[in-house]
Write a protein of this length. Structure first.
Length: 358
């Protein structure tokens, strides 16, 4: 089946991992990378960000339609299409294309700027045939409404990148850390990091946006405000004694990619206690969870001192991750099966015209 796969296709990204997984299922995949349109030194002006207009949006939408005219796909799969205009979707639908939207963020996040980022997606959601979301609250809100048909999917890890194989000694030394958090800045995350620091625990943080931290002077020696590349990211996770997982509260998440990437690397997972985390791992045997700051500090200190127990739990967590197959490959197999099931009920048009705009 011919598929156009749309999204930011950087090698370290989850979108790219899902593309690779789909390419193992279907052979006729045509990737459309949106990074050239939305990455670069310049940022959106407030007007562009609020109206979703401007040359970048216009080029991305026009080029996607032209790309599909040339490729003539049966399915267009769009990852996190915050930028897709209504007329683009109408043009594709007019030509019989089956439209899929996949989103691992919340449609109704708590932060106002994030909320507005997905305004266009919320407006255009009805044009899709199928919407996959990993957000439980969004699924509950949308699953009883049509269109689109909404299916619950899950966060996962890239089994091509993450494993428990040891790294060379020099790299292991370079990337060695005690408590490691990799992720963007949020106020509640800052408070958790500060709780650890104030108790004298060694913390290393990588991620974007930490220049906004209120305690940035106190955090200066702990924060590395640059993005790790895809190889460095894996080395950092493998080099940590404890991998911290603070899920995004802006996005109302219950898991993150690190919920599975950390155990997949054979590293001990200390994560926020959520319903989904508790369903994925047995607490105290395959991972450890915390509720408040005090429990976070207590468990971080305890497991740093208990090396044998820490390594045993990390081993069991890794085994659970593989046994339950929390990989993008598994979830793409399941999600793609749902696409194909619907398509069997909806035969392709006899002729796909692919006329631009009509």
């Amino acid at each position: 089946m011919k598929v156009v796969y749309v999204g930011p296709l950087d090698r370290g990204g989850t979108c790219y991992a899902r593309l690779l997984a789909l390419q193992k299922i279907e052979t006729d995949i045509h990737p459309f990378d949106i990074r050239p349109y939305f990455q670069g030194p310049s940022t959106f002006s407030k007007l562009v960000a609020m109206t979703f207009i401007g040359p970048r949006f216009a080029s991305a939408n026009k080029d996607l339609v032209a790309f599909c005219i040339a490729a003539k796909p049966r399915v267009v799969w769009i990852d996190k299409g915050f930028w897709v205009w209504p007329w683009t979707l109408k043009a594709l639908r007019h030509n019989g294309v089956f439209l899929v939207q996949h989103n691992t963020d919340a449609l109704y996040p708590r932060k106002l700027t994030y909320l507005w980022t997905y305004q266009l997606m919320r407006m255009t959601l009805r044009y899709y045939d199928l919407y996959f979301t990993s957000n439980i609250q969004d699924y509950a809100k949308l699953s009883s409404k049509t269109p689109p048909r909404t299916e619950l999917t899950f966060n996962g890890y890239d089994h091509f990148r993450f494993n428990d194989l040891p790294v060379p000694a020099d790299l292991a030394k370079k990337w060695s850390s005690s408590l490691l958090f990799i992720g963007h800045y949020e106020p509640q995350t800052e408070k958790r990091i500060m709780a650890l620091i104030e108790e004298g625990l060694p913390v290393t943080v990588y991620g974007a946006g930490w220049e906004r931290a209120k305690s940035r002077e106190q955090l200066r020696s702990y924060i590395h405000c640059h993005q790790l590349d895809d190889v460095e990211y894996v080395y950092a996770l493998k080099g940590a004694k404890i991998g911290l997982c603070f899920v995004s509260e802006f996005n109302r998440n219950e898991t993150a990619g690190r919920s599975f990437e950390i155990p997949a690397c054979g590293t001990f997972l200390l994560a926020m206690r959520t319903r989904q985390h508790s369903e994925c791992y047995e607490e105290g045997k395959e991972a450890e969870f915390f509720g408040d700051y005090q429990e976070l500090v207590q468990k971080a200190r305890f497991y740093l001192e208990q090396e044998n127990l820490r390594q045993e739990i990390a081993k069991h967590g890794h085994e659970r991750c593989l046994r339950s197959d929390y990989s993008w490959a598994r979830y793409m197999r399941q999600d793609w099966a749902k696409v194909k099931n619907i398509l069997t009920e909806r035969p392709a048009p006899i002729a796909l015209r692919y006329r631009y705009g009509k």
